[in-house]
Design a protein around this ligand. Structure first.
Ligand code: HEC
Ligand code: HEC
Ligand code: HEC
Ligand code: HEC
Ligand code: HEC
Ligand code: HEC
Ligand code: HEC
Ligand code: HEC
Ligand code: HEC
Length: 328
């Protein structure tokens, strides 16, 4: 019983914290002024009894009224003078995806960019980015009244991206993949799409976080950067010559298995004649009822097991004086 009282007391405390108008009472100067400005909306209609929990915005970083850069209702939704006198009139900026009065994407984003384009946590490459030009707005991914944003957590971010990027969703479900969150295995999320991409746009191709594919990969796989005494040209050129970043049926994240992977480029070399599974084994192979007989020659090293990699082990480059062919 005592415990119940404590819980009830806590609830009242939390609720009154959320209610801007009443919280304004004991506050000093600028904080009070900011909350009073919000009260134009919160004490009129959009208070604790509104159909959605609007006041939870005070529990987010947009609720930190002690920081003078923090937006109030009117910074995002506009002063909405007409709407304040006649609630039937549309506010200046409507974000809600379910509203038939939803503002255009550029109007919605402009409300954010006045702070976030160049001053607060800048997102300077948004305008002209693939997402902006294809009609996304900031609030396509960010929902701002909720205390938790899916898109800001490694465990749930990919879900947001996957609502549109179905190809990448399918790829990350393959046997070999980066440890991204898959819905069933959210706890395994060691990284997120945003470790490689900047969804706000970037000067690099494919909105990569660094200037090139390789620079992006080196942020984690630093040992592949070299410098190597003997470099393998396609590695220096672009990791995606051989790897696919999102997922593959060939471990480790390879576009194809050796020897076929290598033969895409090395067609004139000693491994080139091995093109099909039929000559996986060398010499005169005899079979009875489809089974290899004892005495059959050992499979060709160029095709069996790790194929070309049986001998060319240091495929990303070698520092051995005699490593020109990446064998040591
Ligand atoms: C009046 C300025 C202002 C406006 C307008 C504004 N923000 Fe912010 N925003 C801030 C400040 C200040 C912070 C906190 C920065 C800090 O903590 O360093 C912030 C933080 C954020 C964060 C980080 C939140 C977190 O929980 O980590 C996101 C995301 C964000 N804003 C998105 C938006 C979006 C989307 C819009 C438009 C709907 C918007 N902001 C409008 C000033 C603004
Ligand atoms: C395609 C989805 C998407 C869109 C659209 C988007 N964001 Fe983000 N935003 C993210 C993701 C993912 C993160 C977390 C990773 C990061 O910081 O890049 C993030 C992070 C942020 C942060 C920093 C949060 C922090 O704590 O550092 C701010 C600020 C922000 N976004 C503002 C904006 C603004 C402003 C716009 C519109 C101009 C916008 N976002 C559009 C996905 C998006
Ligand atoms: C940082 C920008 C920002 C600020 C500040 C902000 N809002 Fe919002 N508001 C949004 C966005 C974005 C949505 C769309 C829903 C969401 O993302 O949570 C929204 C949705 C709404 C809705 C529609 C909810 C519904 O039931 O459909 C109302 C009403 C609203 N805001 C009122 C307010 C009031 C009142 C304040 C001040 C206490 C405020 N907003 C402060 C960005 C903001
Ligand atoms: C509302 C749908 C939508 C959401 C959500 C979304 N995107 Fe996109 N994204 C697009 C569209 C549309 C394009 C334009 C290219 C295309 O046609 O695929 C695009 C393009 C991209 C590109 C490729 C750019 C290029 O040069 O081809 C990357 C990378 C990307 N998005 C990453 C992300 C990430 C990461 C997230 C989640 C944080 C995300 N997207 C969320 C719709 C979306
Ligand atoms: C390990 C780094 C890495 C991670 C993590 C990653 N990507 Fe990518 N992504 C890339 C690279 C590199 C490219 C460009 C080369 C390519 O398409 O293979 C790319 C390309 C893309 C493209 C454009 C594809 C096209 O055909 O043009 C989209 C869309 C995309 N990624 C979305 C995502 C989404 C969504 C996530 C999270 C589930 C994600 N990526 C995670 C590295 C990454
Ligand atoms: C944010 C860090 C990060 C970035 C950036 C990154 N990776 Fe990874 N990569 C990882 C982690 C973590 C693993 C998993 C290692 C493990 O499971 O032991 C991994 C594993 C791999 C593997 C081995 C997969 C396997 O099944 O063993 C390959 C290949 C790979 N990454 C290639 C790339 C390429 C190519 C890029 C650039 C497009 C890249 N990575 C960018 C973190 C990263
Ligand atoms: C010429 C094809 C090729 C290119 C280009 C390539 N790789 Fe690889 N990578 C491979 C092969 C083959 C394996 C498997 C090696 C094995 O099984 O011994 C591998 C394995 C890996 C692994 C997991 C095993 C390990 O060695 O750590 C990582 C991580 C990796 N590559 C990262 C990269 C990065 C980063 C780049 C770009 C700088 C890159 N690769 C470019 C062929 C390539
Ligand atoms: C995207 C094309 C490409 C792929 C895939 C590729 N290579 Fe290469 N490789 C090259 C190029 C280009 C050179 C440099 C040739 C030169 O300098 O004459 C090279 C050089 C080599 C060399 C040294 C050749 C010499 O004459 O010094 C060896 C050995 C080699 N590759 C083995 C492999 C193996 C094994 C694989 C598969 C795991 C592979 N390569 C995959 C393009 C590729
Ligand atoms: C049994 C070990 C072995 C296997 C398996 C093997 N190689 Fe080699 N590879 C060598 C040797 C030895 C050389 C010659 C080294 C030298 O001349 O210094 C060589 C040289 C090369 C060269 C350089 C061209 C030249 O003539 O010097 C290329 C390219 C090459 N191999 C590609 C491949 C490819 C592709 C595969 C798989 C289809 C493969 N190798 C499988 C041992 C092997």
């Amino acid at each position: 019983m005592k415990r119940l009282h404590q819980i009830a007391g806590l609830c009242v405390f939390v609720l009154s914290c959320g209610a801007a108008a009443s919280a304004a009472a004991g506050q000093a100067g600028p904080v009070k002024a900011a909350l009073d400005k919000d009260a134009v909306c919160t004490s009129a209609c959009h208070g604790a009894s509104w159909r959605t929990p609007l006041l939870s915005i005070y529990q987010t970083r947009h609720g930190n009224k002690a920081d003078s850069r923090t937006p109030g209702c009117q910074d995002c939704h506009g002063a909405s003078v007409d709407h304040r006198t006649d609630p039937g009139k549309t506010p200046d900026v409507v974000f809600g995806a379910n509203s038939k009065h939803i503002s255009t994407a550029d109007v919605r984003s402009a409300a954010c960019l006045k702070c976030h384009e160049s001053s607060v946590l800048p997102r300077a490459n948004w305008t002209g980015s693939q997402h902006q030009t294809r009609g996304l707005a900031c609030t396509t991914c960010h929902n701002l009244h909720a205390p938790d944003q899916k898109v800001l957590s490694k465990a749930t971010q990919a879900e947001v991206c996957f609502t549109c990027h179905k190809t990448q969703r399918a790829q990350t479900r393959r046997i070999s993949t980066h440890p991204l969150a898959v819905t069933s295995l959210a706890s395994a999320a060691k990284m997120a799409c945003s470790d490689c991409h900047n969804p706000h746009g970037s000067p690099a191709p494919k909105m990569l976080v660094k200037n090139s594919v390789n620079e992006t990969c080196y942020t984690c796989h630093a040992e592949k950067r070299g410098p190597f005494l003997w470099e393998h040209a396609p590695v220096v050129d672009d990791c995606t010559n051989c790897h696919t970043p999102h997922g593959s049926t060939n471990a480790p994240l390879l576009k194809a298995r050796a020897p076929w992977l290598c033969q895409e480029c090395h067609s004139g070399d000693h491994g080139a004649q091995i093109n099909s599974g039929a000559n996986l084994a060398g010499g005169n192979v005899t079979t009875v009822n489809g089974t290899l007989q004892p005495g059959a020659a050992t499979p060709r090293a160029q095709a069996a097991a790790r194929a070309c990699l049986n001998c060319h082990v240091l495929i990303h480059g070698s520092n051995h004086p005699a490593g020109a062919k990446f064998q040591r």
